[in-house]
Design a protein around this ligand. Structure first.
Ligand code: CTP
Length: 140
């Protein structure tokens, strides 16, 4: 079955120490939409919900993401509420790695987005690499 193609797609993340898992996610998201917007979490937001500060500054993470050929627009994400982002961006689908599937915040996000007719799409998480595992490797 052909996967549905969306007009505007949105995906978000920290994208700290940019790695192949991030690239795979962004490439797959772009395959499923005509125009891909990527929300890069500000340092302040990351501190709020993860309790740690990214290694690479927000400005540099934004610049790296904006330079990727699959990305049509990179913006700051200052709030985790995807419905608020939808009010501004009017995306048709939100893409996220499937490591977030079943997480209470995303169960709510999926329900919220349904009310505005936007789909929540989980894409396969790339195994064996993450910012956290890279930091652990460097520290060893
Ligand atoms: N992602 C992915 N595969 C990975 C790592 C991340 O598909 N191996 C996806 C996440 O699911 C998310 C996006 O990439 O949709 C941004 O994830 P982010 O939290 O910035 O990256 P992580 O490497 O998972 O960071 P951390 O280890 O700090 O959680």
């Amino acid at each position: 079955m052909d996967q549905k193609k969306y007009e505007i797609g949105y995906t978000t993340g920290v994208f700290d120490l940019f790695h192949i898992g991030h690239l795979n996610l962004i490439r797959r998201a772009k395959e499923l939409c005509d125009y891909l917007i990527v929300g890069v979490n500000t340092d302040e937001l990351v501190r709020d919900y993860k309790g740690k500060t990214p290694i690479i500054s927000f400005e540099q993470r934004l610049e790296i993401v904006a330079s990727i050929r699959y990305v049509d627009e990179a913006i700051a994400q200052t709030d985790l509420d995807k419905l608020k982002a939808w009010e501004v961006l009017r995306f048709n689908a939100l893409f996220q790695g499937d490591d977030w599937m079943g997480h209470p915040r995303y169960i709510k996000t999926e329900a919220d987005l349904k009310t505005v007719n936007a789909d929540m799409i989980f894409l396969p998480y790339t195994k064996e690499i993450s910012t956290t595992s890279l930091i652990e490797k460097i520290r060893k």
